[in-house]
Write a protein that binds this ligand. Sequence first.
Ligand code: ZN
Length: 372
Amino acid sequence: MLTEGISIGKAFGIPLRLHYSWFIVFVLITWSLAYNFLHTYPQWSLATSIVAGVVTSLLFFASVLAHELSHSLVAQAAGIPIQSITLFIFGGVSQMVEEPKQPQVEFRMALAGPLTSLVLGGIFLAIWYWLGGVSEFIKAICFWLGWINIALAAFNLVPGFPLDGGRVLRSLLWWQSQDLRRSTRIASNIGRGIGYLLIFIGIALIFFGNWINGLWLAFIGWFLENAAASSYRQLALQDILRGHRVSELMIRDCSVVLPQVTIQQLVNDQILTSGRRCFPVVQNDRVLGLITIHDIKGVPREQWPAKTVGEAMTPFANLKSVSPDEDLATVLKILTEQNINQLPVVKDGNIIGMIARDNLLSFISVRSELGA
Ligand SMILES: [Zn+2]
């Protein structure tokens, strides 16, 4: 979901993105800030209030970004690559390629964000205190930014996974018990409980007429409950897959197809008869790309007799692939994040097989049924 959005550059080599939902919250916050400034400072013009609203929201999102960056930088220092940081409607998220392998690393990583917010809050309040007399404008925005950063730190320290506080709690339990799965279960159950509590408080607020805050709180609660439940499910799946390699599960008998074959021919002669979903496109022993059901669905049916496989395929250069030695837990993560169904398995520049979501799912279901 969070792979969509627009790129806004890089910081410390990490790509930064804005998810579409971010724009909604940016407008809402700017609008409500401008409205509040106008009421608190009746002598301000409408333009001043709007400018103050925009500046404050931009600095607020810069603060959220700094919070996320601090998580990412601690992760990178511990050798965990960060794919990107995305700002979305509920804040920021760092997309890690893998989870920390030691509780100590997770502890430091999780704590870095709230500490950064706390320090930023302190800086803004210090500016408010020392420079507040110089300009009412600075005074107004720094006061709000100071408290919102402190509130951000406090909310994130709530010990429900996947909030930072929940990660701190999980790392401590994990440190003590050396049992990651059990620690995650406890921390994410607390996360779900807090989610339900926020939904309950939100609904209560709606009943008391404070429906904007109530709705917002209920929405955050719902999101937290979902994130907590799915991160535990994800971990349980990864637990089953971890330690197994792509080469154990991949399909080796991929049938190849020539680029000049038409889509119609491919569908009639190969797909409908074999039930396979994807085919490496090969010419003169060279892999040009991959054509999948997904690619074919992108071509209008009336063009099938004329369009060739070579035109509709995904070229090799644009393909995400895995090596046969890759861990299956990582493969699941890639499939989920990229929202794709299969990946070509590549060794020395050649496609030697395919690994599909179906393969992983049947592997998981057999193992969990047998309790292995
Ligand atoms: Zn955080």
